[in-house]
Write a protein that binds this ligand. Structure first.
Ligand code: T1G
Length: 688
């Protein structure tokens, strides 16, 4: 056999074990030996049943994503499943960990599936801009029905073993030694005798196509320009309206189209980019232990951060200046968990467990046993320095001291304490208990072990971590400022908030900049501008009128009776026209293309500058920031990946045009952007 596929026997039961760590992906070097094993066991009369299992922490997690876009090496996964289904003796997949994508599709080629109680099963290909390409869209409906299959495949969300058993996807669920249970299960099945019906020959049952199509239409509305969800729905519909072979052929055609698409390349880029972002030099570094976490500030950010840590299993000491403010903060946290319980996303028991993680205090001394302390106090340098002065006095040796500042100079704060090596930034995004992105800000003197410790911690609390350097706004907010630098000019020159927002939503953003401003609160930007002596004629006037957005019922849009979606406000449009007239600007028609050029091209350009300054280590890190922190459309892979799709030369040409028109620095093409146009890569060092 091979190092990757081994056969063992328990008398007449054959156990095929795949061992391709870390996730048993069905790489080429697995598929060949697996095919040989299946053929030999199929033809071996002494074998009564065949079990397919995996070594290590999980069953097969899918096809090998690194092989996409390269010539397919035979046998491919589909050929393996055809061979598997030609076997008349009983075949059983023994699933632990996560059976995903091609892994679950292989299991669907078996007559039976048994699972460890903690196992998860899913077809997440849609998250890679694909659909299950080895029969998953045709076989899964035959076990769980068309609508359940539709939901599983279009969402890409795995289900647990118990749910899978109830749905008919697995035939038995076991606790304990799965291999032994699987052998006993297989022996019993073989004893009872066949024939054993392959999944392909089973019936998907009655499908109410009206209900199916309604469900598919609802899912399509959420696709926001992504092709894969629509293809998934079509493939599942084919499974219950065409013959098996016709549906399989149609699935293949859809897969071939998707795998070559820019959207799938973008989403596969993001899959690896997120994992790459968490890789920092760790050789010889011993991470510090984080037992208890202290959070200073129980407001919106502090409360959300405290919840993020409690959700990740850390005990939290939450500190506020007074009992009244502390109680209010803890009350909000309890309310947030209660909402999750009412929505069914959290059990009562889990809510109790998480609340039990919290200890409230108004005394800094109570933070003395914390291994990590995060402050989320008012964004003011003097206030931050006062807080860190107190922490410097009471925190235990080796405790990591983190600031949640979104743009203040962390090096300046670090210079004010005796232990700058223990200091760094943890820039959470609001709501901190929900948003995936965590910018980990490495200050000049941050110790490598402190950095490695918090990168590891980020994974435990379910965050997507990106290590960034110190500058105003780090990566995300600095680029956001560049993206928004022309917003007022576009309004004054004739574009309405609705037209600008529509250009963004048509591009694939969940919402445009004015909708986002109204949602977050226009007063936040107003406060930032005042702190930095900046002005914005229209936005400042709106704030002076108390129009802060949704929370005041009026911002750039009007929100009737607390509606979430705003409607255009004639008063705002009059204000814009008045301000334009004051500046002698004659309004004109502004198209979506110009809006994108004057917002997203500066965004890319600022990213190039950030790379030049080594504030971000990789272009893909910037993509991870923007997709996970700001809703950049995943089908475009993030601003830096999208620049490759758009064409760096075109971006430079248009930036030059707007630079000539406006003289603004944000339009001056960065040298690295010009290099990207020449070599087609963002690599900043000579090694490329
Ligand atoms: N192919 C190649 N490498 C993979 C991989 C895969 N399918 N899955 C993970 N890796 C690498 C990953 O890059 C990382 O590498 C290491 O394994 C550990 O991963 C035909 C077309 C299984 C839930 O989409 O969701 O089948 O950084 O850090 O957090 O229809 O990995 O160590 O060098 O994520 O414990 C469908 C993708 C493929 C599942 C484990 N399957 N993987 O999470 O570890 S397409 C998927 C995951 C397909 C068929 C279609 C997760 C995980 P490195 P990790 P983890």
């Amino acid at each position: 056999m091979s190092d990757f596929v081994k056969i063992s026997r328990d008398d007449d039961i054959a156990l095929v074990t795949i061992d391709n760590r870390p996730v048993n992906a069905l790489s080429f070097h697995v598929r060949g030996p697996l095919m040989q094993a299946l053929v030999s066991l199929r033809d071996d009369a002494s074998v009564a049943a065949i079990i397919i299992a995996c070594a290590g922490r999980t069953f097969i997690a899918g096809a090998d994503i690194t092989e996409f876009g390269k010539p397919v090496q035979q046998p491919d996964l589909r050929a393996l499943i055809v061979t598997l289904e030609s076997i008349t003796k009983p075949t059983v997949a023994a699933i632990h960990g996560t059976a995903l994508g091609g892994g679950l599709e292989l299991a669907l080629g078996c007559h039976f599936r048994v699972a460890d109680a903690g196992a998860k099963l899913g077809l997440p290909e849609v998250k890679l801009g694909l659909l299950p390409g080895a029969g998953g869209t045709v076989r899964l409906p035959r076990l769980v029905g068309a609508v359940k299959a539709l939901k599983m495949i279009v969402s890409g969300t795995p289900i647990g073993a118990t749910e899978a058993h109830a749905a008919g996807l697995v035939d038995a669920v076991f606790e304990g030694d799965l291999a032994t249970h699987a052998v006993n299960f297989a022996r019993e099945i073989a004893r009872k005798g066949g024939p054993f019906t392959p999944v392909r020959d089973r019936n998907a049952g009655e499908t109410n196509l009206g209900a199916f199509d309604a469900e598919a239409a609802d899912l399509a509305r959420k696709a926001r320009g992504l092709e894969a969800p629509l293809a998934c729905a079509q493939a599942v519909r084919n499974a219950v309206t065409l013959t098996f072979d016709e549906a399989l052929a149609a699935e293949r055609a859809l897969f071939v189209k998707l795998v070559a698409s820019d959207q799938s390349r973008a989403q596969r880029h993001l899959f690896f980019a997120e994992r790459e972002a968490a890789k920092i030099p760790a050789k010889g570094i011993v991470k510090r232990r984080i037992g208890r976490v202290g959070v200073i500030g129980a407001g919106t950010m502090g409360g959300g951060i405290a919840m993020a840590f409690a959700n990740g299993g850390y005990p939290v000491t939450l500190l506020e200046t007074s009992q009244e403010v502390l109680d209010r903060g803890l009350g909000t946290i309890e309310k947030n968990y209660a909402v999750s319980v009412s929505r069914g996303s959290l059990s009562e028991d889990a809510k109790r467990q998480r609340l039990a993680q919290f200890k409230g205090s108004t005394d800094y001394a109570d933070l003395a046993d914390c291994d990590l302390i995060v402050e989320a106090v008012f964004e003011d340098m003097a206030v931050k320095k006062e807080v860190f002065g107190k922490l410097d006095a009471i925190a235990k040796a080796g405790a990591i001291l983190a600031t949640n500042t979104s743009y203040l100079d962390i090096n300046e704060i670090a210079a004010s304490i005796s232990r700058p090596q223990d200091m760094l930034g943890l820039h959470f995004f609001s709501p901190a208990n929900v948003m995936k992105l965590l910018e980990i800000v490495r200050a000049d003197k941050t110790a490598p072990d402190a950095l490695a410790t918090v990168v590891d911690m980020a994974r435990r609390i379910g965050k997507v971590a990106v290590v960034v350097g110190v500058c105003h706004g780090f990566v995300g907010n600095r680029m956001l400022a560049a993206r928004g630098s022309e917003s007022e000019a576009l309004l004054l020159e004739g574009a309405t908030p609705g037209q600008i927002d529509k250009a963004f939503t048509d591009f694939g953003w969940p919402m445009g900049p004015f909708q986002m401003g109204d949602l977050a609160g226009l007063d936040i930007g107003w406060r930032n501008r005042k702190a930095r002596g900046l002005t914005a004629a229209i936005a400042d006037t709106l704030c002076e009128q108390g129009r802060f957005g949704q929370k005041t019922g009026r911002g750039f849009y009007l929100y009737e009776a607390g509606a979430r979606a705003g409607v255009p406000d004639p008063e705002v449009e009059t204000l814009i026209r008045e301000k334009a007239a004051e500046k002698g600007i004659k309004p004109r028609e502004i198209g979506a293309e110009e809006i994108i050029e004057r917002t997203l091209y500066p965004l890319v350009n600022e990213g190039a500058k950030i790379l030049e300054e080594k504030i971000a280590a990789r272009a893909s890190d910037i993509d991870v920031v923007w997709v996970n922190g700001y809703g950049f459309p995943i089908g475009k892979g993030g601003p830096m990946f999208w620049a490759g799709l758009e064409g760096a030369a075109r971006i430079i040409d248009r930036l030059d045009h707007w630079h000539r028109q406006t003289g603004k620095e944000v339009f001056k093409p960065a040298p690295l952007l010009k290099r990207m146009a020449e070599i087609g890569s963002w690599e900043t060092d000579a090694t490329g």
